[in-house]
Design a protein around this ligand. Sequence first.
Ligand code: AOF
Ligand code: ZN
Length: 368
Amino acid sequence: MSIAVLNDEMYMRLALDMASKAQGQTDINPVVGCVVVKDGRIVGLGAHLRRGEGHAEVHALGMAGDQAEGATVYVTLEPCSHHGRTPPCCDRLIAAKAARVVVACTDPNPQVAGRGIAKLQQAGIEVEVGILGEESTRMNEMFNKYIVTRLPFVTMKSAMTLDGKLAAKTGDSRYVSGAKARELTHTLRHRHMGIMVGVDTALADDPELTTRLTVPAVHPVRIIVDSTLRLPVGARAVQDRSSRVIVLTTEGADPIKEAALAEAGVEVIRCGGGSRVDLKLAMRKLGELEIGSILLEGGGKLNGAMLELGLIDKLLLFIAPKLIGGSAAPAVFQFEGFDKMSEAIRLEEMAVERVGDDVLISGYLRNL
Ligand code: AOF
Ligand code: ZN
């Protein structure tokens, strides 16, 4: 590999590192990092830190000042060409007279989608695309889905015993996984805009559903699936004011119960007239509310329903080296099931790692 490519990778790696640290704090926006290099020196650094505030390029070019003229600018996402909450980064790069722009991956946002690169090239700037592109794309996988479909990216996280149980036959589930895996859950909560559970989980464990880490710790919106509004106003998730609470229910749910929950600050959203919440419709409504990513920490029934409907994008499954038994003990996924092994849903791009005493299996579900 040539020295030039190695250097390009080195600066792009720095830009990606900065972007990765902002995961979870940019709302529906992507995480983006930018490094400005002139005459062999880094003269500007920046990352997009909050939706509505400066894009990565603006921060980095601001730091570089006049030194941006003739510089190479590394940016982990194609510079934007549209007027969003901030002006186009392309115009800013052109005005700064950058000589070369190295981009990791294109921006799937239909308002950008290649126009940013074209605009820079038309202005005579040399543009190179694809340096550490796969890593940048993976880092923004939630944004990439949401910006194109307006549906939230759903990550399901669960912990099970070696025999596939979420809890003992008595319902006891404290705890399946070890401390390290449980700590990672809080990082995952920070990184998703919403956290979703079924009302059975809310009733059984009375969880707060917040992020309990000192840093980083942005609390997700709490989403509880409750077809008949059994969630009591006194539930800890309702009483705790650290983030919004959305209850997804059915058209037929009791308006008096709705009024009591609304009084306590809960947003009740009716999804479908059936006996169960229409989860597909629910995803569309949550997308309209600009909830771009959801961590599903459901019980077996909710996990099974989401899986069957093809609503889970990514799976993170911790497996604890324990055997609990009991035919009545709940399984991680409860759904009708298939007749043949050949019909089974497959996990793709599977990765396996050890987290403390547990094994973490992760991968993607391709929902066609
Ligand atoms: C960039 N650099 O650092 C980011 C970009 O509404 P706004 O102004 O926040 O724009 C958000 C859109 O801009 C977002 O959907 C994505 O297409 C792009 N994000 N682009 O050049 C950045 N965060
Ligand atoms: Zn921009």
